[in-house]
Design a binder for this molecule. Structure first.
Ligand code: FBP
Ligand code: MG
Ligand code: MG
Length: 340
């Protein structure tokens, strides 16, 4: 009987109770990570409320600033960023934060905090004003430097294999929080009238293959030969193309139903668009814990060395057999290149 069976909690268990019961599984746990997960859930509830009424109040549209990625910040990007940073600062468990919306590391002042958080406060920004599912993505590391001082770059630039926990919130037809602490993946659905997340998707396992591929084909003229060949293969196999344009939403669908999401390197952007620390690493941890796979087309995402906090990397993530197949096509291209 493995851990999951021993601690199988019924659907409908509240998130708080689930976190508490899971903590009991680790006799040496001190409760800080549990509290940190609760802090994130609290901020998610507040951001969810803002999103649900975003059409009614003046929080639609651009904020008027550009972030470190050179993207126009949406007002909700900024609001979500403020809400999550405030919750993590007030919670006291986090010493340093890296956020998509801030160029530099954010020191919270909690020098006794044992954790570092990397966060994409609002994912799918291009979909905010058009009522399409968006999300929040987070990744949690234990600091490597001693407590008592601010977190360091070394604390923030750890490979994904060192994550203590990771997760995302999807603000869709319902709002869900999905996370892992390296002991399986569980999903919780938010019940707004009770203000609680309830266990709705215990021990998520992703199918080893699927019939859905997700990629922005608008970029296909910049795709490599191998990538073009894999997309043709998906069409020949009769797969359906599904691309919401919100990473969290495309990932979530494929996690539950099977499929592959790809944001490849292209001749225009060789490292692709997505960020390793707060988009690819957390989702790679989740997909692996659910029995799936994530790579940059060649190397395991979780083993990629982060060179700086906002570094980008190509990503192929989802059902293992589909990621394997995509890698095969990319490898064939390299071989052909060598033959020529
Ligand atoms: O419009 P493109 O180039 O296909 O990019 C869409 C991708 O960019 C993102 O919006 C990037 O994330 P942010 O919205 O957090 O910047 C992903 O959610 C999405 O999958
Ligand atoms: Mg994003
Ligand atoms: Mg974002």
């Amino acid at each position: 009987m493995d851990n999951h069976d021993k601690l199988a909690l019924p659907v409908g268990t509240t998130l708080d109770r689930f976190i508490m019961r899971k903590q009991e599984d680790f006799p040496y746990a001190t409760g800080e990570l549990s509290q940190l997960l609760r802090d994130i859930a609290l901020a998610a509830k507040i951001v969810n409320r803002e999103i649900n009424r975003s059409g009614l109040i003046d929080i639609a549209g651009a904020y008027g600033n550009r972030n470190v990625q050179g993207e126009d910040q949406q007002k909700l990007d900024v609001i979500a960023n403020i809400r999550f940073i405030r919750a993590l600062r007030n919670g006291g468990e986090v010493c340093t934060i890296i956020s998509e919306e801030d160029e530099d590391m954010i020191q919270t002042g909690n020098v006794q905090g044992k954790y570092v958080v990397a966060i994409d406060p609002l994912d799918g920004s291009s979909n905010i004003d058009v009522n399409v599912s968006i999300g929040t993505i987070f990744s949690i590391y234990r600091r490597v430097s001693p407590t008592g001082s601010e977190g360091t770059a070394q604390d923030c630039l750890q490979t994904g294999t060192h994550q203590a926990a990771a997760g995302y919130v999807i603000y869709g037809s319902s709002t869900m929080l999905v996370y892992t602490t390296g002991n399986g993946v569980n999903g919780f659905t938010y019940e707004p009238s009770l203000g609680e997340f309830f266990l709705s998707h215990p021990n998520i396992q992703t199918p080893t293959t699927g019939k859905v591929y997700s990629v922005n084909e608008g970029l296909s003229e910049y795709f490599s030969e191998g990538m073009k060949n894999y997309v043709s293969y998906c069409k020949e196999e009769g797969y359906s193309a599904r691309y919401i344009g919100s990473l969290v939403a495309d990932f979530h669908r494929n996690l539950l139903k099977g499929g592959i999401y790809m944001y490849p390197g292209t001749s225009k952007v060789p490292n692709g668009k997505l960020r390793l620390m707060y988009e690819c690493n957390p989702l790679a941890f989740i997909v692996e814990q659910a029995g799936g796979k994530s790579s940059d087309g060649r190397r395991r995402t979780l083993e990629l060395e982060p060179t700086e906090t906002h570094v980008r990397c190509p990503v192929f993530i989802g059902s293992t057999e589909m990621v394997d197949k995509a890698e095969e096509f990319l490898a064939a291209e390299v071989l052909q290149g060598e033959v020529k």
